[in-house]
Design a protein around this ligand. Structure first.
Ligand SMILES: [Zn+2]
Ligand SMILES: [Zn+2]
Length: 552
């Protein structure tokens, strides 16, 4: 059951939602800034799908800030949750920590304070790169500091009421049982982390409403209590914890994945609990659709079977472009991020939009999405000073195998009218292109220039082919530029027919041009297709071209 964004399709959902969030905050808590909330569990690698959990509230909070009003965007790290399972790609030895808080599990690499920090750090870096400003809240810090003690005591005293609400929405028969669902006659919404073994394999056996003392047992054999609950480590069940925090943080807006929005889900249960138990109000909310990805040809799909992370995406997409891929979609639209050759097309689309915006010909919605993608209330995001087409940079990176001197030489030839001086002028886009070629370009699309001439093919040339190659090798030096080579390459079949080099193309000419280009690709790189030929020729240089194209 989807909860679609309530903003009508014709409306700008970011502007409309931001307006509603401001008005609702003012109505609920006059004078206090609105709070937009995101929640992330650092239990394993935080993947690209989770970025939507941050991007949707960010776009709303940033819209409000751009209007000159303050807005909080909190990122609640669910780092006091139990480790449920060891994620794929991590040693099975971590299984002994299952049941402990994520912050009590050792760091898998040895460079972070704990398991949770290990997965927080790359996301923090990605958020900084994307211009997403959040206030981090560690649930470990909140629970262990006693910040929620009053709320925990309230929940325990009202356990019968909470149990009744949960029972009403209890997971339907046949569905997976849910940790939060009351399994026993007496329901306690608080689960201790055992004082002896540190795990949450505990069962509360008693709670004294007057003294607030709790008693529990653990599967490890421990029997603890009665002890004041304020001194006991533990946390509220998820479906109770979430509405408690809505009230505690005065959350005005918190979207969630569509799976959280169905009947009986955390949202419907939370809506009842936040007001009845915690005296707060349900945040404005809606569901957002799934984020998928395609074309992780190499590293992403194979290594440890993990889904791509925001950090992976930032290695191939400039930050404003990655923001745009999220910002241009309405919440109810799913997003598919491609890592294959589609990346080239996405860059072309982005460059075309950038041009239309600069010329003032972009429509209002496209312009709004562009503005949200390319800057935040903090200012514009860094851009590539000379944004050459991604296709060109990828070709050059491919042909040169990353040799920087060669890259600079070729890019200068390609920008002959206003040559680039240093490679920094084409960064970070060049780095993205190099990374994409190395990690994601299909092996069949990679270019490998022949080391030696194809002597068999050269020996089998027809007279016409031999003549065409001669026209190229003898004519190329006259105008050794992108434009000159383009004219010459298309012109060779015309000259062979006695036509002027500027003759307009005909169907017949196109057929012979195609055959001519295939011949060149075969002799240069051993395939029928490849990078644009003028670029390839400039990259190779005249000596190498002659060596590969001259019959012995
Ligand atoms: Zn680590
Ligand atoms: Zn124990």
């Amino acid at each position: 059951m989807e909860v679609a964004c309530p903003v009508a399709p014709a409306d700008d959902w970011v502007a409309r939602t931001a307006g509603e969030v401001r008005a609702e905050a003012e109505r609920r808590h006059p004078g206090l800034p609105p709070t937009c909330a995101s929640g992330i569990s650092p239990s394993g690698p935080v993947h690209l799908g989770n970025l939507r959990e941050l991007m949707v509230p960010h776009l709303i909070a940033d819209e409000i800030r751009k209007q000159g009003a303050p807005c909080r965007h909190i990122l609640s790290w669910d780092d006091y949750d139990r480790l449920r399972r060891v994620p794929a790609g991590f040693p099975e030895s971590f299984a002994e920590y299952i049941g402990r808080p994520l912050t009590a599990v050792p760091d898998p690499c040895g460079q972070h304070a704990n398991w949770a920090e290990h997965f927080k750090e790359p996301l923090r870096e990605a958020l900084a790169g994307l211009g997403i400003v959040v206030t981090e809240i560690s649930q470990t810090q909140m629970y262990t500091s006693g910040a929620y003690t009053e709320q925990i005591v309230t929940a325990m005293r009202r356990r019968a009421d909470i149990g009744a609400v949960l029972a009403r929405y209890q997971t339907k028969r046949g569905a997976e049982p849910d940790d939060d669902d009351p399994q026993t006659a007496v329901y306690y919404p608080f689960r201790p982390y055992c004082a002896v073994c540190g795990r949450d394999d505990t069962t509360v056996t008693a709670f004294d409403d007057e003294t607030t003392e709790i008693t529990y047992t653990c599967t490890c054999g421990a029997r603890v209590g009665p002890t004041p609950i304020a001194e006991v480590a533990g946390k509220l069940a998820w479906k109770v914890d979430w509405p408690m925090r809505w009230a505690y943080e005065r959350v005005t807006f918190e979207p969630a994945g569509v799976d959280h929005s169905s009947p009986g889900s955390s949202f419907t249960v939370g809506e009842e609990l936040v007001s009845e138990i915690f005296g707060g109000q349900m945040p404005l909310h809606f569901g957002y659709a799934f984020v998928g990805f395609t074309g992780g040809s190499s590293k992403i799909s194979s290594s440890a079977g993990r889904a791509p992370t925001p950090a992976d995406a930032l290695k191939i997409f400039e930050a404003p472009l990655l923001r745009w891929l999220y910002a241009r979609k309405r919440p109810e639209e799913s997003i598919t991020l491609a890592f294959d050759a589609e990346v080239i097309r996405v860059y072309d689309e982005w460059d075309a939009l950038t041009k239309r915006v600069a010329e003032g010909t972009a429509g209002a919605p496209a312009q709004a999405n562009f503005a949200r993608a390319s800057g935040t209330a903090e200012g514009p995001l860094p851009v590539t000073p000379r944004p050459l087409p991604f296709r060109t940079l990828a070709s050059v990176a491919d042909i040169t195998a990353g040799d920087e001197a060669q890259i600079l030489r070729i890019l200068r030839l390609l920008t002959a009218e206003d040559p680039i001086r240093i490679l920094d002028e084409v960064r970070p886009r060049l780095d993205c292109a190099e990374h994409w070629v190395a990690e994601y370009a299909a092996p069949a699309d990679r270019t490998q220039v022949r080391d030696e001439p194809d002597t068999d093919r050269l020996a089998a040339l027809t007279d016409s082919e031999r003549d065409a190659l001669k026209l190229l090798t003898e004519g190329m030096a006259a105008d050794w530029s992108l434009e000159g080579l383009t004219t010459l390459l298309y012109g060779v079949p015309k000259m062979q027919r006695g036509l002027p080099i500027s003759a307009p193309p005909t169907a017949e000419l196109r057929i012979s041009q195609r055959a001519w280009f295939i011949l060149l690709y075969q002799l240069l790189i051993g395939k029928d297709t490849g990078p644009r030929l003028p670029t390839l020729l400039l990259a190779l240089g005249q000596d190498r071209i002659r060596a590969l194209l001259t019959p012995g």
